[in-house]
Design a protein around this ligand. Structure first.
Ligand code: SF4
Length: 323
């Protein structure tokens, strides 16, 4: 089993008004593995990932703790401490790759300047790594890419160059936020193949944020499902897809468009709307939408029961998962 690259305990994000928008999330990712963070829009995926890196928006407070590799525990309430780990230990790839670049500088200098400036590599080492990453990411002739300005990159190229930029310092942990939203279906699969390949090669642990179960199930080793800011289920991808212990996960699976499946004219959806922060239902937050809800569900919030490999928060989860 690979060594642990990222462990997060009790991650909670609270607004200035005291409303919890992410509550008590625990996550573990091992070197070279991809963890898919799955859920509908507003489930807390991006907020969770940003808080891991101390990058939650101003006015929101994070608590809990995080550890990178076998390093010391760092309080999530101290983003100034986390800032020291950004870049060389932990990186973030955002939804808009063009935002990562200075529009008036060529790509080559932009790829190497941070690692050289921070003393992580000599200029020659940085150029060699940038060229290797460009090749690895299918960008072809690195010298040609280095000479381009950001506006000369196509959507697919800019996504790959943004990934190369993030991977330059060989971070232990990389958070990739909806990396493929700007790409068409074929390029989306190609981009995720590259992310997976680099993770295996460098031993980088990747947290992949997506609402696309088809992509997550194809590329991730494990899946963590968030609903209304709570972790409701996690487990190895193959097991979780085979037997979803939580009704929300099962509903997401039944609603997903399988990449290799038949084309459908209309996709089924999760009925109803997710609750807004501060307007949480009583009991289980999923009970107004849950096809398996019973009386107990509106009265009592289920606790998260964590096993060695799997965990679930549901009063009526399958027994074999809970043991
Ligand atoms: Fe559904 Fe009840 Fe389980 Fe919540 S606790 S997911 S409402 S069955």
């Amino acid at each position: 089993m690979n060594a642990e690259a990222l462990r997060v305990e009790n991650l909670t994000v609270t607004t200035a008004a005291g409303i919890e928008i992410v509550s008590g999330v625990d996550l573990t990712v091992r070197e070279g593995e991809l963890l898919g963070l799955l859920g509908e829009t507003g489930a807390g995926k991006t907020m969770t990932a940003r808080a891991i890196l101390g990058l939650q928006p101003r006015g929101l407070r994070a608590t809990g703790r995080v550890r990178f590799g076998d390093g010391e525990w760092i309080s999530l309430a101290q983003p100034e401490l986390l800032a020291k780990y950004l870049g060389r230990t932990a990186g973030l790839m955002l939804q808009n790759p063009m935002g990562a670049f200075d529009p008036i500088k060529r790509i080559g200098p932009q790829l190497i300047e941070s690692v050289v400036h921070n003393g992580l590599m000599t200029k020659a080492e940085a150029l060699a790594r940038a060229a290797k990453l460009c090749r690895h990411l299918g960008l072809g002739d690195a010298e040609s890419i280095f000479r381009l300005y950001p506006h000369q990159l196509s959507g697919g190229m800019s996504q790959r160059v943004a990934l190369a930029l993030t991977l330059m310092p060989a971070p232990k942990v990389l958070v990739v936020d909806e990396p493929t939203s700007a790409l068409d279906a074929n390029l989306r699969v190609e981009a995720l193949k590259l992310v997976q390949s680099v993770a295996r090669d460098d031993g980088t642990a990747i947290v992949l944020i997506s609402h696309d179960l088809g992509l997550v199930s194809r590329f991730c080793d494990a899946i963590a499902v968030l609903y209304a800011g709570h972790l409701v289920e996690y487990g190895p991808t193959s097991e979780l897809l085979h037997v979803a212990a939580h009704p929300y996960t099962a509903t997401l699976i039944s609603c997903s468009l399988r990449l290799d499946g038949p084309r459908r004219t209309a996709l089924p959806t999760v009925g109803g709307e997710p609750p807004l922060p501060g307007h949480w239902p009583s009991g289980c937050y999923f009970h107004p939408r849950c096809p398996e809800a019973r009386d107990r569900c509106s009265l009592e919030r289920p606790t998260f029961v964590a096993g060695a490999e799997r965990g679930v928060a549901c009063h009526f989860a399958r027994q074999e998962v809970r043991s």
